[in-house]
Design a protein around this ligand. Structure first.
Ligand code: GDP
Ligand code: MG
Ligand code: K
Length: 295
């Protein structure tokens, strides 16, 4: 019986949320772009193994606002925390309890979801200090579990996963195993590539071409984010135009699009492009959904 569920990973900036996700998801890394503003909860990463699937989601609005934050965002965050299966509240063992933590715990008070206190960066502190710190947090909130980890060194993250699975119920696999992230950036990236195709071919191909982002990941030993995309056209003549003489056109499209995507993600990008002929793709529901034209 496989389990599945949604897990919110929250905590103030720099406690190690991204590091923890990267550690759990391995090289299938969630893209961290703080530029993308969204009121929607977004999926940060999907972890799939024999026991089942954990969908990690981000809850914008739960952090202490630098400026005035609308009630709207706050409500969304609070609703989300009530709907997920487990909340992981990540704190920094070295920094200790701060105002940002108190703010978040205050938001958590009206939530009925199991909340784990995940104390990160234990590699930086003496065990005695760690116990004192945990006591301090426990005074403020009745945590379901307390789990000390080092996200950076991968210490005790297996225990964390064990505990999460313990609280998940039997359920379906929501996402295909190879789908790691579902970011708004995905759609923006495909639009950037599409724009370059239309522009550089002087609109010799119709606007109906689509671009499907097939993979986004950060490979080990490689600082660049690897993006693989397919340009979907309806006729092979269009494919010829896009590829160009000796691949020259496709190369230029790739270079220009890569620059835009690097600016979007704030990271070096390795962009790989293919062209595929797919007759009547527009009639295929799958594509409409993939490309974000619905909902
Ligand atoms: P986020 O803002 O919560 O996503 O935090 P990041 O994941 O970006 O981490 C902030 C900083 O803390 C980075 O410099 C990380 O390398 C560091 N960091 C994260 N986890 C650990 C840990 O377990 N131990 C130590 N020593 N540093 C860590
Ligand atoms: Mg981060
Ligand atoms: K982020």
């Amino acid at each position: 019986m496989k389990k599945s569920g949604f897990v919110a990973l929250i905590g103030r900036p720099n406690v190690g949320k991204s590091t923890l996700l990267n550690e759990v998801l391995g090289q299938k890394v969630a893209i961290m772009s703080d530029k993308a503003q969204t009121t929607r909860n977004r999926i940060q990463g999907v972890y799939t193994e024999e026991r089942g699937q954990i969908v990690f989601i981000d809850t914008p609005g739960i952090h202490k606002p630098k400026h005035r934050l609308g009630d709207f965002m706050m409500k969304i965050a609070q609703t989300t925390l009530g709907e997920v299966d487990v909340v992981l509240f990540l704190v920094d063992a070295k920094e200790g309890k701060g105002r940002g933590d108190l703010f978040i715990m205050d938001r958590l008070k009206n939530v009925n979801t199991p909340v784990f206190l995940v104390v990160n960066k234990i590699d930086e502190v003496h065990p005695d200090d760690l116990f004192l710190l945990i006591d301090e947090y426990r005074k403020e909130f009745d945590f379901t579990e307390v789990i000390p980890v080092s996200a950076l060194y991968g210490n005790n993250t297996n225990t964390l996963l064990d505990q999460v699975f313990h609280y998940l119920e039997e359920g379906p696999q929501y996402y295909p195993e190879d789908q790691v992230t579902d970011h708004p950036e995905r759609f923006l990236m495909s639009e950037m590539i599409r724009e370059k195709v239309l522009h550089l071919t002087h609109e010799e191909v119709p606007h109906s071409i689509a671009v499907e982002i097939e993979q986004i990941n950060r490979r080990e030993n490689n600082r660049a984010i690897h993006v693989g995309a397919v340009i979907v056209v309806e006729r092979s003549s269009q494919k010829g135009i896009i590829i160009g003489k000796q691949g020259k056109m496709l190369k230029e499209i790739g270079q220009k699009a890569r620059e835009d995507i690097e600016a979007l993600l704030g990271s070096k990008v390795f962009l790989e492009l293919w062209v595929r002929v797919e007759k009547d793709w527009r009639n295929k529901g799958k594509y409409l959904k993939d490309f974000g034209y619905t909902t």
